[in-house]
Design a protein around this ligand. Structure first.
Ligand code: PHE
Length: 389
């Protein structure tokens, strides 16, 4: 006698079994140990953060090509990079990661750049126990979202300290104004750290002035800041608005130094043009670094993409190298095993020594760069390196 004689009933029971199995096992076996190793990259390839996405894709691509050309990973397997565009939107970042995990069956993820989008997507990776490395998201909370979430860049509590110290010690600033993008966790967190550190050094900061991503006009708030006549202005948002802030400040006759964080790194910063003088940022990497590791990377990137790599490209290149090192040490691409291996990473990267700490962050020096406009292009000129304590 058949247990489920009716075909529809049989189908239902079969489906029921499948659904139960899927729900009970978040960490699905997606890799049978042969063929290409599928790694997902989610990035803002379009939208207002497209420069971030493009650089992170190119940096990751270069690393993957080098690894595959050198014989691959885990006994000759190639890395296959599966790429999803999130259109610079947090909800799409989370959708992209869901798709990469559940449909494309990636074993690990690289991304995102902007902290807000990483914060939106990381819980998905955590839920499925798929290790994620963000190359560039510096907001402190990112890696607090779970033990599968790693980063290979410094964090904003440090970046804010670096900027505050440079303004206070090197530029001799005592009074500061801050402009922050309240839509961006990155800008809000970085502002908080700058204010705390600049005040602790003995400086004075007026109440941060808030704007929103996409705001086109800063003349009203800049006029307000001009009346306070601060020694420096910190503009803690991303490159698009930073360019407008700098240009409009100079138009209003404000010649004081304007400082930003890593978020100024992006193509549209060029809209600042000649106004980009007396401007400084903290960053992860300098292409001026004579270290052969850096110069080899710059040469390969230039050869491959016909342009200079920015810090995001360098970080994404490093993120792939750290991931592959973890595959090798884990001896597999199994999520929990790779997670454990990532937790003890120590890889010599283009952006410095990448040694994972207990909070899944790395502690690395920051560079200060002077931003200038030369021969119709933005240049980041190396000024100094600031080490973590
Ligand atoms: N640190 C920024 C963030 O967390 C992203 C970024 C990194 C932008 C490096 C430019 C260069 O949102």
């Amino acid at each position: 006698m058949k247990l489920f004689p009716h075909p529809v009933l049989r189908l239902l029971v079969l489906l029921g079994v499948v659904v139960t199995a899927a729900a009970g096992c978040e960490n699905r076996t997606v890799d049978d140990g042969t063929g290409d190793i599928r790694v997902g990259l989610y990035a803002s390839l379009t939208g207002d953060g497209a420069s971030f996405g493009q650089s992170s894709l190119e940096g990751a691509q270069l690393a993957v090509e080098e690894i595959n050309n050198a014989g691959g990973v885990l006994g000759g397997r190639s890395i296959q990079l599966l790429v999803e565009d999130n259109q610079s939107r947090p909800e799409e970042a989370s959708n992209a990661v869901t798709k990469l995990i559940t449909q494309d069956r990636v074993v690990a993820l690289i991304g995102e750049v902007a902290s807000r989008r990483t914060l939106a997507a990381a819980p998905v990776a955590q839920r499925y126990q798929v290790p994620m490395i963000t190359p560039a998201s510096t907001n402190e909370r990112v890696t607090e979202l779970g033990d599968y979430i790693f980063r290979i860049c410094f964090i904003d509590p440090f970046q804010g300290e670096v900027l505050a110290k440079f303004a206070y010690n090197d530029l001799g600033a005592r009074r500061a104004a801050v402009l922050r993008d309240i839509q961006q966790d990155y800008s809000v967190g970085l502002t908080e750290s700058i204010v705390r550190n600049f005040t602790a050094l003995g400086g004075q900061v007026s109440d941060p002035i808030s704007y929103s991503s996409g705001d086109p006009d800063f003349r009203a708030v800049l006029t307000q800041i001009r009346a306070q006549n601060p020694d420096v202005i910190f503009a803690t948002g991303y490159y698009t608005e930073a360019a407008v802030i700098v240009r409009q400040a100079r138009e209003l006759g404000m010649e004081m130094p304007i400082l930003g964080g890593d978020g100024w790194v992006g193509d549209a910063l060029a809209n600042g043009r000649e106004a980009l003088r007396n401007t400084f940022i903290s960053n992860h990497y300098s292409g001026d670094n004579p270290d052969p590791v850096v110069q080899n990377f710059v040469a390969s990137y230039r050869q491959r993409f016909g342009r200079e790599p920015d810090s995001i490209a360098a970080l994404s290149y490093d993120a792939v190298k750290v991931l592959v090192d973890a595959f090798e040490r884990a001896g597999s691409t199994n999520g929990p095993a790779v997670r454990d291996a990532l937790a003890t990473s120590s890889v010599a990267g283009v952006t410095g020594q990448l040694t994972m700490d207990a909070n899944r962050n790395v502690s690395k020096p920051a560079v200060i760069q002077e931003v200038t406009w030369e021969n119709g292009a933005v240049r980041f000129v190396y000024r100094t390196t600031i080490d973590p304590d």
